[in-house]
Write a protein that binds this ligand. Structure first.
Ligand code: ZN
Ligand code: ZN
Length: 347
């Protein structure tokens, strides 16, 4: 089969590899769409230590089952599926509590980090254990299904954030996860949703995604603007989708006393935290990692049109041109959000 192989750091090529072998509990999926994740782009240069070559990356995928393992009973060839990017064991204490994102034996498709290596879905075929599969409705395009991982991150973060109908939320960071978080917050019952970024083009998208007001934190005092719109109190909750000192400080300053800051972004390993503001204003800081069981809800939200992803898909590419798109993403070409690789397409 054809696959996009990370041969060495910064060296991607389309290679002929043997089709993955499947175990008794696995299925083979013929991949129709696989999104390029920020973590794949960061993994290119070895800085994260989680994409040790040689490796086929790719974990945001959807396609059709082409073969099932001997112990697989409920899936058959031809089923349209997507799958969790996290391979959970189903047996540890966390899995048994439904916290599959915290699994003790957690692996991620398309990752090799020293402890394990699992080839991913930038390939014509990928092997996937049956316990992480989800069936797709016929009317949901594969390229939208490839966005479910991103949607699930936003939905999980909103689910973890305590709120009542009509509360006010501020979403800091209006990249793709921020845009999806705005949409998720809206449908979860937040009455007003504000968006913050340093890029006016992204703020324009945020307005289209449903933000009531947007603020450029480079040119405005975000906390003051939000205080003015909330009777001087501040937002009930902030959801932070960048993961660096400045945006986290913005989020902390924008919430009311007793409010919650849900931390989704993690581009930096450590930040400078305004501790006294957190303690004396009794804020709740909550991390949010991946998702835990939200996939079926996300499939429903996408299929019904409650959450829309069309505007976030910047480009589609066959395997042959994928290295070029990786390069554009690596160089931060402006206005690029999700690029979808279509391994079955040849041009
Ligand atoms: Zn991802
Ligand atoms: Zn587990």
């Amino acid at each position: 089969m054809k696959a996009l192989l990370l041969k060495n750091y910064m060296e991607l090529e389309v290679a002929d590899l043997p089709q993955p072998e499947i175990g008794p509990d696995d299925v083979l999926v013929r991949v129709s769409a696989c999104g390029i994740c920020g973590s794949d782009v960061h993994g290119l240069d070895g800085s994260t230590g989680r994409r040790i070559p040689p490796l086929v990356m790719g974990h945001e995928a959807a396609g059709e089952i082409s073969e099932v393992g001997s112990a697989v009973k409920n899936w058959r060839p031809g089923d349209r599926v997507t799958f969790d990017s996290t391979v959970s064991c189903g047996r540890c204490q966390f899995c048994r509590r439904g916290e599959i994102n915290l699994c003790d034996n957690r692996q991620v498709l398309g990752v090799s980090c020293g402890d394990y290596r699992r080839n991913g879905a930038f390939a014509e075929y990928v092997a996937v254990p049956q316990n992480i599969l989800y069936k797709l409705p016929d009317d949901l395009p594969f390229e939208h299904a490839a966005m479910i991982e991103a949607v699930s991150i936003a939905v999980h973060a909103v689910n973890l954030t305590p709120h009542s109908l009509g509360d006010t939320a501020v979403v800091v960071g209006s990249g793709m996860i921020g845009q999806l978080t705005i949409q998720a917050a809206r449908i979860a019952g937040f009455g007003q949703v504000f968006a913050v970024d340093i890029d006016d083009a992204k703020l324009e998208m945020a307005r289209k995604a449903g933000a009531d007001a947007t603020f450029n934190s480079k040119t405005t005092d975000v906390a003051a603007e939000i205080a003015q719109r909330t009777g001087g109190r501040g937002a009930d909750a902030a959801l932070e989708a960048v993961g660096a000192t400045d945006p986290i400080r913005t989020a902390i300053a924008a919430v009311r006393k007793g409010g919650t800051v849900t931390l989704i972004g993690n581009v930096t390993p450590a930040i400078d935290l305004p501790l006294q503001a957190v303690v004396t204003r009794q804020l709740r800081l909550q991390g949010s990692c991946a998702s835990a069981g939200e996939y079926p809800a996300c499939i429903q939200l996408l299929s019904s049109g409650a959450i829309r992803v069309d505007s976030m898909i910047s480009a589609r590419t066959p395997l042959a041109d994928a290295p070029k798109w990786f390069d554009k993403l690596y160089r931060h070409e402006p206005n690029l959000m999700k690029v979808i690789v279509q391994p079955q397409e040849t041009k």
